[in-house]
Write a new protein. Sequence first.
Length: 357
Amino acid sequence: MATDFKFIPLIDVSPLLEKWDHPNIAQDEGVAQKGHGIPVSLMKDIKNIAREYFHQPYEEKMEIKLSAETGYRGYQRIGENITKGKPDIHEAIDCYRELKHGMYGGLGDVMQGSNIWPSNPPNFKQLMEEYIDRCTDLSRKIMRGIALALGGSADEMEGEIGGDPFWVLRIIGYPAASISNGHDKAHDDVGCGAHTDYGLLTFVNQDDDIVALQIYLAKPRRTSLFYDLKFILIYRADLLMKHRPHFAPLLIILSCFKVRNKTGEWISAPPIPGTFVCNIGDMLKILSNGIYESTLHRVINNSPKYRVCVAYFYEPNFDAAVKPLDVCLQKTGGTKNFEGAVYGKHLIGKVTTNFIM
């Protein structure tokens, strides 16, 4: 019988992992308190320095303007990002893993180049790069758990799929809700239109006091990433530790699992301090042959406050030829539900049509 879910479940797996008595668990900063291994202080610092940047004069922000010549890296003004043909009500800085000339032959030409960082606020670049490194490490650990949950080895999504992962960082600012007719009633301005993410996993670090992110819960599903991960962490922890002995405990909101909901509807993903909202992307949907669905989500900021969100996207290798895994084909009747895709080509197809320049 389908259950009518009205909320995004919170998963705290640290109690399951503590039984391994791993000595590093209590020593890592932030782990004992929140579980995912990224210090809460760093999560806050990232949002604070992003807010400081966005509150600068327009002319200063435009010093790192995004363009095709910058490899689609840099600052974009409100309304320059497009989702399904409509401008989004947000401003942002886009950063990508840096690609050197000829790194992937002609495939990487469009995206080649270095990130362009603002000179103000001070330490912006250093703070973001530390955050990227930590998110990359966390993502890799979770992907190993997902690989085991799907019935493969912990290294199933390493090698030619994700052994040299690409990443994307979007630093986003959403203006306060518009007010009209003298009434303090917010309009449903779409900060970011409904979409799914391109890659494997997304970690959303959002303001703690503004509810704006919405997740679409579809019709009944047959499986749940929530229960799969719970199973793998309880019953196959020995395999996980064998392949990844430094697997840190995690505390995340998984909006990516397949819920069983009576009717499709949008529900809010309220921020919980010290946690991430984690979305499944299109590439993991293909790899799992549809066992896991990419998360349809949108942002509507009806708050009178300016909202900051920093989204980290963990992707396959830039040149990875992504197709359903054999272990997932076996679980889904042997028929490929999706055509394969070269990740870099998929990304470029999205990026080059996303902006008004």
